[in-house]
Design a protein around this ligand. Sequence first.
Ligand code: ASP
Ligand code: MG
Length: 415
Amino acid sequence: MARIVMKFGGTSMAGTERIRGVAARVKREVDAGNQVAVVVSAMAGETDRLVGFCREASPLADPREYDVVVAAGEQITAGLLAIALQAAGLPARSWLGWQLPIHSSSAHSVARIEGIDTDAVMAAMAKGEVAVVPGFQGVSDDGRITTLGRGGSDTSAVALAAALKADRCDIYTDVDGVYTTDPRIVPRARKLARITYEEMLELASVGAKVLQTRSVELAMKEKVRVQVLSSFSDAPGTMLVDEDEDGNTIMERELIAGVAYDRNEAKVTLVGVPDRPGVVAAIFGPLADANINVDMIVQNIAKAERTTDVTFTVPRTQLPRSLDVLDKAKDSIGFIQVLSDDAVAKISVVGVGMRSHAGVAVTMFRALADRGINIQAITTSEIKVSVIIAEEYVELAVRVLHTAYGLDAPAEVVA
Ligand code: ASP
Ligand code: MG
């Protein structure tokens, strides 16, 4: 017997028919002798709809009441799944966030889980009852409903699995695992049987949105065995593993786990910045004060006239605000001109193999150069290399890199 947490995303919960399909999957695990807790998302599109109502009611909606509204989508699917499980002959009940309870901070709409009381739910599970828990919600110390930020039900599932000391946390979604890149761009992308937590974190942070980033951080910290699977097929999924635990398997794999892209950044260049101590702080201080997250930074070597150019990227949606902040700080920074470009994209290659192999980045630079794709900025971490290129080359770049790192599936296994 194992204790497992199963999590179903919005597409899996969209409508009675699919909820019945979920109940059937849960029944299989129960029939196999396992204790099961299920964490559910709202039906696909529902949370957006609820957010829309709040905005309509007031653009400055009280965040505490916003949480009351947007948490409702998961309350509905939790109840419906409990009903469907009972109809399938299984004892089941829903446990809302305040009933367990799932304690969270009081940062409404972006709350963090602080602890989950599991005594009551464990006792129910031990008697063979399936526990259905709405994702995305918690309760603050002063007893008010909170939500965990968009995509937060992945984090609910991992936190519940950690609290229950579950043997596994199976995340059922509309893709059947983690791929070496986006299969819509590269039909020969391969599904990874295993990926390390760290690789998954880096991929999630550069646009491969299979799991909420925070859920991966939590799984890594709490050593929760997370598996990503499809709700709609029985294909084997992708298991998140520890690098140490899995060193051998990973070493036999390609150096790179995956190639990701992200169209959500924009590039800003300050031309003619005086080359003196403190100037970089003068640029990024006001941006940080405005809560603008700067990602890549490139500073050129000063020219004879002792000025330099500084290039960096900001989230694309925050470009207008960034330009406004920089304009206001123009005198204290002392630049001549600001240039911006939002038709850029970030391409990243990620893999723990980089730690022990030289030349991984060079393969990337050469492959892009061979296709005449210009690199506008570069950043690296221990297990990631990212470059900024013109957006029009995204798909070409992803395909070229996927091939360059030997990630293409053999032709005969392509469906
Ligand atoms: N329903 C919430 C959202 O759409 C939480 C989730 O599905 O993970 O963001
Ligand atoms: Mg999700």
